[in-house]
Design a protein around this ligand. Structure first.
Ligand code: GLN
Length: 303
């Protein structure tokens, strides 16, 4: 299969919609990004790499980080973690508070903000440095030692983080946080504000395409847990648009309001597309078009 040509065609398919949607401006430091930017990368399980457009440009990974916090929290915290966060799609926006009260502070899934805050808490209890653990994992898997938190974005998130603070305090009021609210939020913002490129993320997500094996061949997740993380990505990774994303792209995917979508082709490889314009659910318009083109052209989909 000529993956380089197909990535190029996917970029051309996305070109007419670049600049569509809105860049995330509720975090002011994110609003400065070029709305026309586009990059896409594929890292295969055979060790091949393909990239087009701005695939080497770092951006704010935002909620794509939630995938890595979950994967790192699972090996030791797995049993306890699934008592503290559910595995059902929420059907509500990523920052919604609405189900927390009736569900007694147990967030619907690990990928909405409420769930990710709980997972960050679990990882912080396990490691003592939740955001550092995510950063170090991304560096190791991508081979890029420059990956780091953008302090300006992290500060901007904290400064404009009334809603996340409300979520964290509400969860804590049900006894579902072990660490102080301020500590958990600081680490949550720091892993959301990590900067990485499509290339970095495609390489870092490889363990999910390799059924749990890291880049060095050691095991991060059991085959069962790798399958389960992919399943939760498929059903919850793009929030209240997860049904539409599955319909169009047909792969487990995790989006972030920085404009990236990381998608897993189990057994084959990992794709990352990035374009900052977002739809109303907070998912990248251009990245979804490009991924739709790729899976249709290659037949690489879980359906
Ligand atoms: N850091 C962002 C927030 O907490 C992440 C949201 C996202 O990417 N969907 O609002």
């Amino acid at each position: 299969m000529n993956y380089q040509q197909i990535l190029h065609d996917a970029m051309e398919a996305a070109r007419p919609v670049l600049g569509h949607g809105r860049v995330a401006d509720y975090i002011p430091a994110l609003a400065a990004v070029d709305p026309q930017a586009f990059g896409m990368a594929l890292a295969t399980n055979d060790g091949e790499f393909y990239g087009v457009g701005d695939h080497d440009t770092p951006f704010s990974i935002q909620s794509v980080s939630k995938l890595f916090t979950l994967a790192l929290a699972l090996p030791e915290g797995g049993v306890g973690l699934w008592k503290r966060v559910g595995r059902e799609p929420s059907g509500n926006p990523f920052n919604s508070l609405i189900q927390l009260e009736t569900e007694h502070g147990i967030p619907r899934n690990p990928f909405i903000n409420a769930g990710a805050i709980v997972v960050t808490d679990v990882l912080h209890s396990l490691t003592g440095d939740a955001s550092g653990a995510v950063r170090d994992f991304l560096r190791a898997e991508s081979g890029n030692p420059l990956i780091d938190t953008d302090p300006e974005v992290a500060a901007s998130e904290s400064e404009h983080g009334l809603r996340n603070a409300a979520l964290a305090n509400f969860i804590a009021s049900f006894g579902n946080l072990e660490n102080p609210v301020e500590t958990v939020l600081e680490h949550y913002y720091a892993h959301c504000a990590l900067r990485a490129s499509c290339r970095d993320l495609a390489l870092a997500g490889g363990f999910l395409a390799r059924h749990g094996l890291r880049a060095d061949g050691t095991r991060l997740l059991t085959r069962s847990d790798a399958k389960r993380v992919n399943a939760v990505m498929l059903t919850c990774g793009t929030y209240d648009a997860a049904g539409d994303f599955a319909y169009r792209v047909g792969l487990p995917g995790k989006s972030g309001v920085g404009g990236a979508i990381l998608a897993i082709i189990p057994g084959v490889g990992t794709l990352c597309a990035w374009s900052p314009g977002l739809d109303t659910a907070g998912n990248s318009v251009g990245a979804a078009v490009a991924l739709d083109h790729f899976t249709t052209a290659t037949g690489c989909s879980v359906f």
